[in-house]
Design a protein around this ligand. Structure first.
Ligand SMILES: [Zn+2]
Length: 634
């Protein structure tokens, strides 16, 4: 089973890369671009920076103390993509491994002297994840041999100590290696790493122990906290340990932490992290749009955690958050050409970038960077997109569940389905049965999709579901469906189809009033996409606009041939754009010598129209300012 997460129990079982095959479409295009462009791009930069040469023993060593992990994430991406460059790169890594399994180009000869910042176990975590990917896609080879030796070294060295790593990830990696090999000590090692955290296991640091989740035992924590990527990787590993050891209390603890973090510490985009200084979550409702950190890796880690909780519980809420984060963090973080990246994903940018020789290494102001000194995000994007089909659909004893809509084919047992959709540009999803079988087919209805409808039956003469005609032979129906899962049970025959229609009108979204930084503002969403205003030559100054919520936002297909007017289920399959127009008041206040006064500031100025673009598309047209949240004018 070609899958990054394969629990031995749980409500849902993931269908892997062998069972979910995307066709051209929003995600299919990005998966292909990742395989054809981004993976090679990352390898070129890792060679150029000398991070691969570190494994060849070249001195002086280049890169940060955790740069080995970038090569491992790239190896994982190559494994999922079945990339031809993998064996040679794996051989380079293998030659650096020491006789007892130890492997780290930074600390070799000086092992395990800094658990707070050394990242040795963190690097092993990513190495092990690469090995699991290779094992499941290909079988045993040089890379998996290296990984087993490293994992055995970890178990020998750490099973009976009280040590752990300042940056989690080895926990979920070891559980997955246990799942892939059946070797129980890997699970036990992961369990011990989880349980010793917060006793505490690490030294005090200026950021405080919450930074690396060592302030409290996992079972006692109330919310996700501290460094967002660390917190989300740890929580993912905790779910894995809880599921494999049957520890309900531990699973419930993470569910509660996730609930609170989603309710109080998550940006509209699904992004997590509000503080730049220590890359941390921040306090409840501390969600300033301009200071949103929302690291790309935190978004990816949130998708990993939500996916694990979905598999464990079957609750659609987890898939909803994963979808929000997929479309508004993952898709945003990589440019449309697959060669540059955002590290932070704020919801408001006040200053356009000033590139140096065309490159903006800060990745701010609307220009992504081709690489970073700390280049966790590009490789994380590469491995996530390479394994993304495994997040799309699951099965249980009753049938198949489709959580994320993208064109392609899904097989499970005798059942083969083709999904046709222009999602997220249009709301029609058609699931056509290619080869039959009995059981339930479930389609997720996102929480925002009030008034969605479901129709099913044999294919009609026009190729669409004929729900009222005379040729219905064995089953048909049509009904409104609530958010959650729309379930149809039946004996499926080739040609049968299910049609889900999700309402795609743009909608105003208001913040909880406890989010001080957003009070009095409004955002626009359409389907799973968050929209933003991006400064281009013909747009008004974004600081001076206020939205008229008395008039509804209106769709405006950027390309008339590819907008929502075409048949929503048949297309578009390419990455088209729907823009949205909102009425705004444009103008600065009458007095602006002092920004405070005895009466509330009311916007005055001319009414005009502001064009919004999907947030994930911003920053593909050169330096720009941008805002998601607009002040309300009326
Ligand atoms: Zn990152």
């Amino acid at each position: 089973m070609a899958n990054p997460v394969l629990p031995s129990s749980g409500v849902l079982s993931p269908l892997g890369l062998d069972a979910v095959r995307p066709a051209p479409g929003f995600w299919g295009d990005r998966i292909a671009l990742n395989r054809d462009v981004t993976i090679a791009h990352c390898q070129e930069w890792e060679e150029r920076e000398g991070w691969i040469a570190n494994f060849r023993g070249r001195l002086p060593r280049k890169g940060r103390e955790f740069s080995d992990s970038e090569i491992y994430k790239l190896l994982e991406a190559m494994a999922w993509a079945d990339h031809p460059a993998l064996p040679e790169l794996a051989e380079t890594v293998a030659r650096a491994q020491e006789g007892d399994g130890y492997l780290n180009t930074r600390w070799t000869g000086n092992r395990y002297i800094d658990f707070e910042w050394g990242h040795e176990l963190y690097c092993y975590g990513h190495l092990i994840q690469a090995g699991v990917a290779r094992l499941r896609m290909h079988g045993e080879d040089r890379l998996t041999e290296v990984v087993r030796r490293a994992a055995d070294h970890i178990c020998r060295r750490f099973m009976d100590t009280s040590e752990t790593c300042g940056h989690p990830v080895v926990e979920m990696a070891l559980v997955e290696l246990y799942r892939a090999t059946g070797t129980e000590r890997y699970l036990e090692m992961a369990r011990r790493f989880v349980e010793r955290r917060g006793l505490p296991a690490l030294a005090e640091i200026p950021f405080g122990r919450a930074y690396f989740q060592d302030d409290l035992p996992v079972r006692r924590a109330q919310s996700l906290r501290g460094h967002a990527v660390r917190a989300l990787y740890l929580a993912s590993g905790v779910v894995d340990v809880a599921v494999e050891t049957g520890d309900e209390e531990l699973l419930k603890a993470v569910e509660a932490q996730w609930e609170r973090a989603v309710a109080r510490r998550t940006h509209l985009t699904g992004g997590m992290g509000s503080r730049h200084t220590d890359e941390s979550f921040g306090e409840d409702y501390e969600l300033p749009p301009d200071r949103a950190y929302s690291e790309t890796c935190a978004g990816i880690a949130s998708i990993m955690l939500a996916h694990r909780l979905l598999l464990a519980t079957g609750d659609a809420r987890y898939a909803d958050v994963a979808e929000r984060t997929l479309y508004n963090v993952l898709a945003t973080a990589v440019a449309l050409d697959g060669r540059s990246f955002f590290y932070a994903n704020p919801l408001r940018v006040r200053v356009p970038a000033v590139p140096l020789n065309g490159v903006n290494h800060a990745a701010e102001g609307g220009l992504r960077s081709p690489w970073f000194d700390v280049s966790c995000c590009p490789n994380n994007i590469a491995r996530t997109l390479a394994s993304l089909p495994a997040y799309m659909a699951t099965s249980d004893a009753g049938g198949v569940q489709i959580h994320h809509f993208t064109p392609g084919e899904i097989t499970h047992g005798p059942l083969a389905l083709r999904v046709e959709t222009g999602y997220p540009w249009s709301g029609g999803v058609r699931v056509r049965v290619l080869s039959g079988g009995s059981g339930q087919i479930s389609l997720r209805v996102p929480a925002w999709a009030k008034g969605a409808t479901l129709a099913y039956g044999p294919a009609g003469p026009d190729g669409g579901a004929d729900t009222g005609g005379s040729n219905i032979s064995h089953m048909s129906g049509s009904r409104e469906v609530e958010p959650g899962y729309a379930v149809v049970a039946g004996d499926w025959r080739p040609g049968d189809e299910i049609r889900l229609d999700l309402p795609m009108a743009p909608r105003w979204t208001f913040p909880d009033r406890r989010v001080d930084a957003l009070r009095g503002s409004v955002a626009v969403e359409r389907g799973p996409l968050v929209y933003c205003a991006e400064s281009v030559a013909d747009e008004p100054p974004l600081a001076d606009v206020a939205a008229r919520i008395s008039s509804a936002p209106i769709d405006r297909p950027a390309d008339p041939a590819a907008g929502p007017t075409v048949d929503p289920a048949a297309g578009p399959t390419v990455d088209s754009v729907v823009e949205i127009e909102v009425a705004v008041v444009l103008g600065a206040p009458a007095t602006d010598d002092w920004p405070y006064g005895p009466v509330p500031d009311a916007p005055e100025g001319a009414d005009t129209v502001l064009r919004l673009v999907p947030y994930h598309r911003w920053g593909n047209r050169g330096p720009a300012t941008m805002r998601v949240w607009l002040p309300v004018a009326d």
